[in-house]
Design a protein around this ligand. Structure first.
Ligand code: AMP
Ligand code: MG
Length: 500
């Protein structure tokens, strides 16, 4: 770690928006201290973005980010209440039983709400202990930053503090806290909470504050127009987010409405998975028995969730039909982003007729042979130099991943011809452009698992190395080539459940 900086204090925090709205929305809750705090990781790059020095975090942060002391000079920490639909069923109040807001940090790059996840029970914990285990905290820390490295909207992670405090799950584990950050952690479930519990005034207060803080361009509209525009914005941002998940092969695993951000961030990393083999109906959450949140269900589930949000907003408008119409932008927004990202992955600069089929047929080939998703795209990128391509035969580096080589060969010919229709300048940069869009490294489950295993023994080296590689997933990291290879056999039997 770096040199302690005792002279620089932690920056000043102010109360988050919901805390200003009063006790209906947020309850002052101190963190519950833990034993044996120690650093797991500090995110240097993100600390920088927040205008904080790692030295100052190291000097003053362990007890604060470990929940054993309040943020110096900060507002009281608060928990906010929300509800949601879990696996399609209304579940009532369920959150936030374990996330505490430290406050809002104003930076040159905007405002960030800081949260401790797993800092002990809150008034909303129900039967829970308010804790998060080390295993799930490492997964959240790493994936937040892996997503950011991929350029996909996400909450961020500033630090990981581990403790010796025991936590009971299926077995006894130890507790940890991730300090996470986002411009806002408002979820669909915050709005559902007040709508479904018959609190229209509170719903209106929440909505007005949301518009004021995060959708200021809607401020001068009538309330009906505001509601429609807000719903439309959330619908299209959610669609765009999920399109990006699909393109990178990310499966969230628990797309309950309480895990959906109103500003289109990926939040609440649990039993997520980056696909190894491309299996479209893959279920990554061991507790998802019916596959509601399977990889290929995500686009529809996102739309379902947006409907649930619209239903919660219905009490705010006198024109429910217009509200319902406003979220119908979702399918087009999804297709627009999906098509654009896929075209970028294939390096197709100017749209031409037949591109959609070319992309879909490639995905079908991957699915038919269960080819490793990340490796396939990365290998295709290296092979896509139009000056070297033999249309009659894909290179062995690519072909070796496929069973049906005849089908690959037929597709390869179309791909070659398609690339040769691009300009010479576009052809010259084809490989580089594709490599910049198709990551070499993703946070595969087995990599996270190895890092967890080592950290459980007290060694956080791999956590920090993985984080550094995943910060730049499109770059070569020769020392870590083995993290870009096929997963080991045991990865297939790894089971990740909701337990966290
Ligand atoms: P999740 O399925 O992880 O999104 O969890 C749903 C909600 O359950 C969250 O909003 C948490 O507040 C709550 N929760 C999860 N685990 C715990 C816990 N150990 N103690 C208290 N609340 C919890
Ligand atoms: Mg959650």
């Amino acid at each position: 770690m770096s040199k302690l900086d005792l002279d620089t204090p932690l920056p000043t925090l102010s109360p988050i928006g919901l805390a200003r709205l009063g006790a209906t929305f947020a309850t002052e809750t101190p963190a519950t201290p833990m034993a044996g705090l120690h650093w797991g990781a500090i995110n240097h790059a993100f600390a920088d973005e927040l205008g904080m020095t790692v030295g100052a975090i190291e000097a003053h942060g362990l007890t604060v980010l470990g929940g054993n002391a309040p943020w110096p000079g900060g507002p009281p920490s608060v928990a906010t209440v929300y509800s949601g639909h879990q696996f399609g069923v209304w579940a009532g109040q369920l959150g936030d039983g374990r996330a505490l807001f430290l406050g809002k940090l104003q930076t040159q790059r905007g405002d960030w709400e800081l949260q401790l996840k797993g800092a002990g029970p809150t008034p909303y914990s129900r039967m829970g202990d308010g804790r998060a285990v080390l295993r799930s905290s490492i997964r959240e820390y790493l994936c937040s930053e892996a997503m950011h490295g991929l350029g996909i909207p996400t909450s961020r992670a500033l630090a990981l503090v581990a403790a010796h405090t025991p936590v009971r799950r299926e077995t006894i584990e130890t507790a940890a806290i991730v300090t996470r950050a986002a411009p806002t952690f408002l979820r669909f479930g915050h709005f559902e909470h007040f709508a479904h519990h018959g609190k229209p005034e509170a719903l209106r207060t929440l909505f007005d504050a949301t518009v004021e803080a995060y959708f200021p361009d809607l401020k001068d509209l009538s309330i009906n127009e505001q509601v429609n525009a807000f719903a439309a914005r959330v619908a299209s941002d959610t669609a765009a987010l999920i399109a990006q998940w699909q393109c990178v092969g990310f499966c969230h695993g628990v797309m309950n409405t309480d895990n959906m951000s109103v500003i289109g961030l990926t939040i609440d990393y649990g039993p997520y998975q980056f696909l190894d083999a491309f299996v479209p109906d893959h279920i990554c959450n061991h507790s998802d028995h019916n596959g509601r949140y399977a990889y290929n269900q995500q686009p529809q589930v996102g739309y379902w969730n947006v409907h649930a949000l619209a239903q919660a907003l219905a009490g705010l408008t006198t024109d429910v039909e217009a509200l319902a119409a406003s979220i119908q932008c979702y399918p087009d927004a999804f297709t627009t982003t999906y098509t654009q990202v896929m075209r970028d992955k294939m390096g197709l600069v100017v749209p031409l007729e037949g591109d959609g089929a070319l992309i879909n047929d490639w995905q079908d080939l991957l699915a038919k042979d269960g080819v490793d998703y990340t490796i396939a795209w990365r290998t295709l990128s290296h092979a896509a130099d139009p000056t070297m391509m033999d249309p009659t035969q894909p290179p062995e580096t690519l072909a070796r991943w496929f069973i049906d080589r005849a089908a690959l060969g037929a597709w390869w010919q179309r791909f070659t011809e398609r690339l040769q229709r691009q300009t010479p300048a576009e052809q010259a940069t084809q490989v580089a452009r594709m490599l910049a869009r198709n990551p070499k490294y993703v946070l595969r489950n087995h990599l996270a698992q190895d890092a967890i295993r080592q950290a459980t023994d007290g060694n956080f080296t791999m956590v920090n190395q993985l984080k550094a590689v995943l910060d730049q997933p499109f770059a070569e990291h020769p020392a870590y080539d083995h993290w870009a290879g096929m997963p080991p056999d045991w990865a297939k039997t790894l089971q990740i459940s909701c337990s966290s």
